[in-house]
Design a protein around this ligand. Structure first.
Ligand code: ADP
Ligand code: MN
Ligand code: MN
Length: 336
């Protein structure tokens, strides 16, 4: 008999930012298939998801990948259900209306590698600051790139697990990095981002380095914040062949700025200031190739006869990709 380790992963009920939780289930002669993962339960009173008197919440497996960091193991992404089997209020994935996987998402996940002793990014001296922003973006060399062994290990782990990472790069601030993940299907894109985050947290543990997902961990200072740009399309956008379709979709975002910002991550007013390649949180704008806009129309779109995708630049690094995708889909569907 062979034994497998299945790490059941879910999102807790903390507000405004949900975090990853997980626990291990040992299975005998496990097939590796999602349909052979049984539902499980956990103590929701310890995760802000239930009261002590009726504490059980259910875990419903929805996506599985091999666990590249552990022997004979899998990572099992789960939705959280109430004891009666209905979706828990914290379950953003269940609110995604994309059953035919017509929506494609590419998320650009930025984050800081964080020294828990100095409570600063890797590369920051214990006292004071490193040289100002400029040399760190896409840098090489020990003077400017901090923590490369961690992010290389993360990239290999993601690829070994079959996550569709499209690239990585050093970002504008010291100790800040990015990975990009693309999937055809909004739910899978969210699953893959959360599993990519999970692997990064686990590798960080090994190095004693925390991952800071906050969108503006250095506050008001002149250092970039972290985003999670959401690139999205559906078949209507991919085959539009018309500027009017793009204008119509972009305009449909204008009256629902508040509804979008609500799910685009905590403290986004600190990041969306109109500086550092962002648009002000109070405005709505879109434009071809415009990195100071709320929504950027990639330059390839007009070049390809007005077909392709859009980039909503407002979601931040700590946003839940499930909720971001669910809201974008709702708005796009209202336009077309
Ligand atoms: P940036 O210039 O904003 O850093 P890129 O233009 O290099 O980003 O990346 C574009 C992103 O858009 C990629 O992550 C890719 O996965 C995603 N993307 C490309 N085509 C589509 C599409 N048709 N639908 C949704 N996302 C897409
Ligand atoms: Mn970036
Ligand atoms: Mn981008």
């Amino acid at each position: 008999m062979s034994k497998s380790k299945l790490e059941y992963i879910w999102l807790d009920g903390y507000k405004p930012t949900q975090s990853l939780r997980s626990k291990t289930k040992i299975e005998s002669d496990f097939s590796g298939k999602l349909e052979d993962c049984s539902n499980w339960s956990f103590d929701g009173s310890s995760t802000e998801q239930a009261l002590g008197g009726s504490s059980d919440c259910l875990l419903k497996p929805v996506y599985i990948i091999p666990d590249p960091l552990r022997k004979d193991a899998y990572l099992v992404m789960c939705e959280v259900l109430n004891a009666d089997g209905t979706a828990h209020v914290s379950n953003g994935r269940a609110t995604i209306e994309d059953d035919d996987n017509d929506f494609w998402f590419g998320f650009e996940q930025e984050y800081f590698l964080w020294d828990t002793e100095t409570n600063k990014p890797l590369g920051f001296p214990a006292n004071g600051y490193p040289a100002p922003q400029g040399p760190y973006y896409c840098s090489v060399g020990a003077q400017n790139a901090y923590g490369r062994e961690i992010i290389e290990e993360h990239l290999d782990a993601c690829l070994d697990a079959g996550l569709n990472v499209e690239g990585i790069n050093a970002e504008v601030a010291a100790g800040q990095w990015e990975f990009q993940i693309f999937a055809k299907g909004a739910k899978e894109a969210g699953d893959q981002i959360w599993l990519g985050r999970y692997l990064l947290e686990r590798i960080g543990e090994k190095y004693g380095v925390a991952i800071n997902w906050h969108c503006k961990p250095l506050g008001e200072l002149d250092w970039n914040g972290s985003g999670m740009h959401a690139n999205f399309s559906n078949s209507a956008l991919r085959t539009a062949g018309s500027k009017e379709v793009f204008d119509k979709v972009c305009e449909s975002f204008r009256p629902v700025v508040k509804e979008h910002i609500e799910v685009y991550g905590a403290d986004n007013h600190l990041r969306l200031t109109g500086k550092h390649e962002t648009a002000s949180i109070h405005d709505f704008s879109y434009g071809v190739s415009d990195r100071g806009a709320s929504i950027r129309i990639p330059v390839l779109v007009p070049q390809k006869g007005w077909s392709g995708y859009l980039e909503d630049r407002r979601p931040n690094s700590a946003a839940d990709p499930y909720k971001v995708a669910a809201r974008i889909i709702k708005t796009v569907k209202s336009a077309l």
